[in-house]
Design a protein around this ligand. Structure first.
Ligand code: PXG
Length: 458
């Protein structure tokens, strides 16, 4: 088949409908409407085949941290593909890009995290976490420590283990999940669950749910606790300040490993290199993906603490790995991405200047009569739409208000994500102040229109 670059939107949509099954999609509904076909990108903007330009308020899927069109990454990949397009890292072999990337990741991540196990996605990273922590406990003579505790409304991926770790009920319903020995506790979502108390008191209550679960299961049976520093797909849930210090203490007290899922929070998203830096979390293992290559090529990893490596070394072979663990071209993309982020001080500038500006513009929307809560840190933001203020009442309309708002934003040139009725933002870290102004101007139009629509339909 010839390349489809000059094909009409209609034809592309028809072919897409005939042959392409989309992730997390009602296929029948999509195909009646036709997919939007994105054709090109530059900086923080995307263009579709109809010539519409969008400001990408989601950095793809929370991943294009360095922005689109970075030649340095393209050139690095091209060169690597010429030199060595593929070789594996099984059977006692290695190659320069994977070696360099592992060293760079070890240098960037907190001091005690020095070894890196590569894979191709966040889901694979979390599958690796499950197998690795269970193997670790077995290697150090405590094979009964198997249960992994996670949280309701967490997102850890879409593979069997990733979806099981996640706390998304609709995902569990399809396919008989979670798998065995995964437990869930409450999430630190103050607005939804703790509105009648102070955020600080609620943070303590939500963290104590971990200790209660550990005691219920018996610490001797619990391998690890996994959590996103800030829940992303769950709706940008920033935990109260009391939450993480207490979680850390509980894990230490009960000898339960702490796993930070940094797939979204990593690589500058919260204004520091890692969510663990922002929230002062000392994790035993860290899952990373997305921003590692700014999404240019698929790559993920588990960054492993010294203590875990020492344990694993007592366990012989770790019978786990992927054909594309440490793929040379993906590693080259990640190295070039990290290099340019360091050279241009993208994370530092985001943390010092861009994120504070983004958060102040976000905060202005707290006054809007349709916005009940603003959540955010770094370049993550959420605007929770509510039917009335004050209060934490929700619409109970299956997210149709959020989708309506999202569609109006799209018509006004902004890509925003709706998680039920919370409007979510996670733009490239390279966004400028002027582009942030443009973003919030469109967001405000979308929210105004959704508000008007809501009032009219009451
Ligand atoms: N952990 C976290 C915290 C994530 O956000 C994954 C793991 C899985 O990564 P992969 O690369 O396997 O997709 C993610 C992914 C959304 C959305 O709609 C979020 C993700 C993926 C797809 C959609 O918000 N996060």
């Amino acid at each position: 088949m010839e390349g489809l670059h000059n094909t009409s939107t209609d034809t592309l949509q028809q072919l897409d409908a005939m042959h392409h099954l989309h992730p997390f999609t009602d296929t029948k509904a999509l195909n009646q409407k036709g997919a939007r076909i994105i054709e090109r990108a530059e900086g923080v903007y995307l263009w579709d085949t109809e010539g519409n330009r969008f400001l990408d308020g989601m950095a793809g899927l929370w991943c294009v941290n360095a922005g689109y069109g970075r030649r340095e990454i393209l050139d690095a990949v091209y060169q690597q593909m010429q030199q060595l397009p593929y070789y594996n890292t099984f059977f006692q072999t290695s190659h320069p890009p994977v070696i360099e990337l592992a060293a760079r990741v070890a240098e960037l991540t907190p001091e005690h995290l020095n070894r890196v196990f590569f894979c191709s996605s966040g889901s694979e990273a979390n599958d690796t976490v499950v197998r690795m922590v269970r193997h670790y406990w077995s290697a150090v003579g405590k094979p009964e420590k198997k249960v992994i505790i996670s949280r309701e409304n967490a997102y850890h991926g879409s593979t069997m283990a990733g979806a099981s770790l996640g706390g998304m009920k609709p995902m569990h319903k399809q396919g008989g999940l979670p798998i065995a020995d995964i437990e869930h506790i409450m999430q630190p979502h103050w607005f939804a669950l703790g509105y009648d108390s102070s955020p600080e008191a609620f943070g303590v209550r939500a963290a104590n749910a971990l200790e209660e679960k550990i005691i219920e299961l018996g610490a001797g049976n619990v391998a690890a606790f996994i959590a996103e520093p800030v829940q992303g797909a769950g709706g940008v849930i920033v935990p109260p300040s009391t939450y993480w210090p207490l979680i850390q203490e509980i894990c230490t007290r009960h000898d339960v490993l702490l796993v930070a899922d940094e797939v979204i929070c990593g690589f500058g998203r919260t204004g520091k290199w890692f969510g663990s830096d922002q929230f002062e979390i000392t994790a035993d293992l860290m899952a990373i993906a997305k921003g590692l290559s700014s999404g240019y090529l698929p790559i993920g990893a588990v960054v492993v603490g010294d203590r875990i490596v020492e344990g694993l070394e007592q366990g012989g072979d770790f019978n786990h790995g992927y054909t594309y663990s440490g793929h040379p071209a993906c590693a080259a993309a990640a190295i070039a991405n990290i290099e340019l982020m360091q050279r241009e001080r993208i994370v530092e500038i985001a943390g010092e200047r861009i994120a504070p500006y983004f958060q102040s513009r976000l905060q202005e929307l707290a006054e809007h009569p349709f916005v009940g809560q603003i959540r955010g840190v770094g370049l993550l933001g959420a605007m929770q739409l509510v039917p009335e203020k004050p209060g934490n009442q929700q619409f109970g309309t299956d997210g149709s208000i959020g989708s309506f708002c999202r569609d109006r934003c799209m018509e006004n040139g902004l890509i925003m994500r709706a998680v039920d009725d919370a409007m979510i933002l996670s733009p490239p870290l390279t966004i400028s102040e002027a582009q942030i102004d443009e973003l919030f101007a469109s967001a405000r139009i979308g929210i105004d229109l959704a508000h008007q629509h809501w009032l009219e339909t009451q």
